[in-house]
Design a protein around this ligand. Structure first.
Ligand SMILES: Nc1ncnc2c1ncn2[C@@H]1O[C@H](COP(=O)(O)OP(=O)(O)O)[C@@H](O)[C@H]1O
Ligand SMILES: [Mg+2]
Length: 404
């Protein structure tokens, strides 16, 4: 009897759709990275001198999100340290995601801790933690490779610029029995261009640019991952090409393509269906967009929400408005709600922030003899924006009116 029950439970737990869902999760590093052969090879060439105990050149990897930078760095370093272990040569690597670590203190601690230094969560200065890290390094031998992923987040914090500068010079502070090599990774071309020349030339001794994937390349990447992730025969023929095409239409982002495929599978599973169809991919796109928009909109200050709401109302009325038109509309909303309005300048700032967050897009257009003017378009899904805005009780009342 017990066994019969176990069988029922096991059957319920077993996915009809997925064989190994986790190989589609963003942090999974696959064994092979098709269409990144030259980047893998180039980075391996840069780092390989570590196997001879020589200091590798520092490298800076950049390109848009989802172009395989993190995956390439992790795969090369995993393979390199495996080789080093086999040969008994002292090569270690430390991977730190700067965005997750947030402050220079925590970035320095993360590197130090990965090398076996104990660091209290607070109570020391960055300088003191850095000294402990140096002391540890001076007792080490061989090569330590430090990967700073999303390194553009470092200079955004106070002291971050200094830390980056010190790290690029760290070998001068060490005795010469150990070498530190740096691998910086960033999605932001702006960051690369904003680096001080001396930091750029040091961090970017070798620069590797990752181009976006094309639709056929994404299709190829997805097909290989899908073979491992899904049960045989559950994907409709059009599913993978559709995920690839949708992701390529944005900017050739493999993360986006994999997310679409995974969420489409999850939706099919939740609905109790035996196959994943194109319809599930479209629904997945909607669900991902909802999550993205709600993450941004929910945390906006009230006035930014009102500015966004003004944009949606004006677009509903017919055409993409200018900054001035949005400001007038926004002011009327504040009067209605009995609030003090912020300045035109501030509203203009809010619009730029929303642009950077991917919620709207502004375009300069020529309106005949009236000269040039800036048109603001909504870049996020209208329904998703309204749904997130109505979570704020202050704003919900006005949203209701728009829906009706
Ligand atoms: N060539 C590839 N083959 C297989 N999977 C890939 C490839 N490039 C990227 N991916 C996958 O796409 C996702 C995003 O890649 P990632 O390396 O995190 O991008 P980036 O760091 O450039 O933003 C990860 O899940 C990664 O495993
Ligand atoms: Mg990355």
């Amino acid at each position: 009897m017990t066994d019969a029950l176990e069988e029922v439970f096991a059957a319920a737990l077993k996915s009809r759709i997925f064989k190994k869902r986790w190989v589609l999760l963003p942090d999974y590093v696959p064994e092979e990275l098709p269409h990144r052969e030259s980047e893998l090879r180039r980075l391996a060439e840069v780092l390989a001198p570590a196997l001879r105990g020589e200091k590798p050149s520092n490298a800076l990897l950049y390109g848009l999100t989802g172009t395989g930078k993190t995956a390439v760095a992790r795969l090369v370093l995993m393979r390199l340290s495996k080789r080093a272990r086999e040969y008994g040569v002292p090569v270690r690597y430390v991977y730190v995601n700067v965005r997750h670590r947030e402050t220079p203190y925590r970035v320095t601690s993360a590197i130090a801790e990965a090398l076996g230094v104990r660091v209290p969560f607070t109570g020391l200065s960055v300088g003191e933690v850095y000294e402990r890290l140096l002391r540890r390094l001076r007792r080490m031998q061989g090569v330590v490779i430090v990967v700073l992923d999303e390194v553009d987040f470092l200079p955004k914090r106070s002291g971050g610029q200094d830390l980056l500068y010190r790290l690029t010079r760290v070998n001068q502070e060490l005795g010469g029995s150990v070498w530190v090599g740096l691998v910086g990774i960033t999605n932001s071309l702006g960051f690369v261009e904003s680096l001080e020349p001396r930091v750029r030339s040091s961090l970017g001794e070798v620069e590797l640019v990752f181009p976006p994937y094309t639709a056929p390349q994404l299709k190829d990447i997805l097909e290989r991952r899908a073979r491992v992730a899904f049960n045989p025969g559950v994907l409709d023929e059009g599913v993978v090409p559709l995920c690839a095409a949708l992701a390529a239409r944005e900017h050739g982002d493999a993360r986006r393509a994999l997310d679409l495929l995974r969420v489409a599978g999850e939706l099919a599973e939740r609905r109790g269906e035996a196959r994943v169809r194109e319809e599930h991919v479209y629904a997945a796109r909607m669900e991902i967009e909802r999550d993205r928009v709600s993450e941004v909109v929910r945390t906006l200050p009230l006035h930014a929400k009102l500015v966004l709401l003004s944009l949606v109302s004006l677009i509903d009325e017919g055409r993409p408005p200018s900054t001035g038109e949005i400001y007038e509309h926004y002011k009327r909303l504040t009067v209605e709600l009995g609030l003090e309005s912020v300045t035109l300048r501030r509203v203009s700032g809010i619009l730029s922030e929303l642009d950077m967050l991917g919620i709207l897009r502004s375009r300069v257009v020529s309106r005949g003899r009236y000269g040039k003017t800036r048109e603001i378009h909504l870049d996020a899904d209208r329904e998703a924006v309204l749904a997130s805005l109505s979570e704020d009780p202050m704003v919900a009342r006005i949203v209701e009116r728009l829906k009706g």
